[in-house]
Design a protein around this ligand. Structure first.
Ligand code: PMV
Length: 313
């Protein structure tokens, strides 16, 4: 049988991270320049159910049975089998290759799960829809970062820009005018779960103060939605920079993120902010196609380990 390949993109949160965990709206878009890719080959001589998992990026090479049941890769396999209503998969080798940096706010975990679910279901002749794929990625995410809002799994499974409110059906978003974003990577790994947990403790200690900050972030996301849909791109830059200031107030920024945001603003970006969980990972800057290269060079000069330029449509 021929090999099966499935992919899922990375993502960035344009507006509303953290506040989205508390029911405020947020905006996320896929980043197709980076992706998780899963290739399945069949091993007809091995016993049914023998699933070998290989990930060149993390150095993993083992059988499903060797992993703890709550390992994210094991969960992706068992939850997919349960969703399909099958007791086991045929003997196969599942190879994961991802160009999405890990623990960097670009959705690598959800993308690996989504690509695995797509490939595994195709391997037994089924197609799960985006909603079903999103749900499995959410369940895996829940295990690993406690109280995920659901924005990552949705934007990655549907692979389109979304306006997202926790617990509500996702709302696809269409940009009235395409716009360009440069993503700058601090190179500092920062697991989202730890930062989300920290924000929760602060919110519990000072609920009124934090609710106010979440409201302000939510209002910015709502305004940004209108700006994106109507193609009012110049307004977006200011909203991004204001969102960053509020994320600083939540204490989820870092010296490295602030330096890259300031560098972007001092070069030609019209707005910039950290994106995702924060304390490390990536930041984003709103640029024009003409200024993208200069801003990217400035970020690399200020310590970014890599940059990605992407267009939102
Ligand atoms: O670090 P990321 O890109 O996975 O983003 C997490 C976004 C948060 O709002 C901080 C958490 C969530 O579940 O929405």
């Amino acid at each position: 049988m021929p090999a099966i390949t499935a992919t899922a993109p990375g993502k960035i949160i344009l507006f509303g991270e953290h506040a989205v965990v508390y029911g405020r709206p947020a905006i996320a878009v896929p980043v197709t320049q980076v992706q998780a890719k899963v290739i399945i080959t069949f091993e007809p001589t091995a016993a049914p159910g023998a699933v070998r998992l290989v990930s060149a990026d993390t150095g993993l090479d083992c059988h499903l049975n060797d992993l703890p049941a709550d390992h994210p890769l094991a969960m992706a396999v068992t939850l997919t089998a349960a969703r399909l209503g099958i007791p086991r998969f045929p003997a196969l080798r599942l190879m994961i290759n991802s160009t999405i940096p890990i623990a960097a706010g670009l959705g690598s975990g959800a993308a690996v799960t989504a690509a695995m679910v797509r490939a595994l279901s195709a391997a037994v002749g089924h197609t799960l829809n985006n909603e079903q794929i999103s749900q499995i990625a959410f369940q895996v995410d829940q295990k690993y970062h406690g109280t995920p809002s659901g924005i990552d799994n949705n934007v990655i499974a549907y692979a389109q820009p979304i306006y997202f409110v926790r617990g509500q059906p996702l709302q696809p978003l269409r940009a009235g005018q395409p716009f360009t974003i440069v993503i700058g990577n601090t190179g500092v790994a920062s697991p989202t779960g730890a930062v989300v947990g920290d924000v929760r403790r602060r919110w519990q200690a000072e609920p009124d103060h934090y609710e106010l900050l979440f409201n302000q972030i939510g209002e910015i996301a709502a305004q940004a939605r209108v700006a994106i849909e109507t193609g009012a791109i110049p307004a977006l830059g200011n909203l991004m920079t204001r969102n960053h200031a509020l994320l600083q107030s939540l204490d989820v920024s870092s010296a490295a993120l602030d330096r890259l945001v300031e560098t972007a603003l001092a070069s030609d970006a019209s707005g910039a902010k950290l994106c995702g969980g924060g304390r490390g990972g990536n930041m984003i800057a709103l640029v024009s196609p003409e200024t993208a290269q200069d801003v990217s060079a400035a970020l690399l000069g200020a310590g970014a380990v890599s940059t990605i330029t992407t267009t939102v449509r």
